[in-house]
Design a protein around this ligand. Sequence first.
Ligand code: HEM
Length: 353
Amino acid sequence: MAPEALIPRPDTLQVGWGWFQILLTVTFVLHILFMNALLGGAFVSLLGGMRRSGAGQVAGHDASHRVPTLVALTVNAGVAPLLFLQVLYGHLFYTSSVVMAGWWLAIIPLLIIGYYAAYGVAWGSNRALRPVLATGVVLILAFIGFMFVNNNTMALVPAHWTGWFETSDGSLLNLSEPTIWPRWLHMMIGAVAVGGLFVALIQDNKARRGDAEAAKARDWALPFFTHGSLAQMAVGLWWLMALPDPVMKQFMGGSPFASILLVAGIGLGVWAVVLGFQKKVRLAAGAVVATVLVMALMREVVRFGYLDGVFHPRDLAVEPQLSPLILFLAVFVIGIGCVAYMLRLAARAGKEA
Ligand code: HEM
C-alpha cells in the first residue's frame, strides 16, 4: 500500500495557516521551557537531595519544592501547542498517535504516578524513600519525552506508519528513524542544562537578598547549565548530521532562512554559555529563551523539510471566520495575565508563611 493513501483528509481552517503556525511555535516554546525547568529541576533535585548538607543539598531541596508546580505548568502549557498542532497537522499527528497508541496512552497514568512521586519528594516525611521517588520522577519524565519524540517524528514520515500492519497492538515505536536518539538526547540534555539554570536563578534571587548559602548553591547548580550546554552542542551537531540529506542541506546554505537560524542559534547558545561561566544568571536566562525560540523555529524548518512533497499547511482550504480567532486572542492575553498574576501570588505566599 502507498503510505500517502494512509493520510486522512485534513479539516478546513477559519483563518490563514500562518496564524496557527505562529501560535504553535510560541506556545511550544512556553511548553518546552516549563518542561526543561521540570525535568532538569527534578534531575538537579535528585542529585542535590542525595547530599545531607552543603550547597547541593540547598539547591536540590529548593528545586524539589518547585517540581510539583512545574508538572502542572508543563502539562497545561502542553495543551496549547496540542490545539494548534491538531489544527495544522492533526491528520498526521493523530494517525501516528493511533499507530503507537499503547505507549501514547501509557503517558497519562505514568504522568499521574510521576506527579504523586514529585509531591512525595518535596513534602514526604520518609527521607530514605526520597531518592527512590526522585529517580522515578526523572525516569518517568524522560520516558514521556521519548514518547513525544517518537510521536513527533513518526507524524512526519507516513511511510513509517505501515509498520502498524505488522505490529497492530499499539506497541509500534519509530526506532527506525535515524534522528530519534539524537533528537531525544537533545531534548533531555537541553532540559538538564536549562533546568540547572532555572535552579541557579532561584538561588541567585536569594543571593541578591543577601543569603550567602544561596550564592554557593547557585554556583553548585551553574555547571549543570554550562557543561550541559556544551554537551548539547555536540548532540545538536549529531542531530543535524542524522537528518535526511535534503532537510540537512537547508541549514547548509540550501535555504538562507534556515542557515541564518542555525548560525543565530549557535551564536546565542554560545553567548548563553559564556554568560553562565561569568555567573551572569539573569542575562544567561534571557539568552536561553532567545536560543530556544530560534531552535523552535529550526524545528519547524525540519518539519517542513520532512513533509516536503507530502503536505504543507498552506494547502489547507480556508473558510474565513474571524470571530473565533479574535475571541481566542482576547482570552489568550487575559489568560496569560491571570497566570502571571497567579504565579506572583504563589511566589509571595511562601514568604508570608
Ligand atoms: C510532563 C511531561 C512532558 C514531557 C517531559 C514532555 C516533553 C516533550 C518533548 C521532549 C517534546 C518535543 C518532542 C519533539 O520535538 O520530538 C514535546 C512536544 C510536545 N508536547 Fe510535551 N511533554 C510533556 C507533557 C505534555 C502534555 C501533557 C502535553 C499536552 C497536553 C504536551 C504537548 C506537547 C505537544 C503538542 C508537543 C509537540 C508540539 C509540536 O510538534 O510542535 N506535552 N513534549
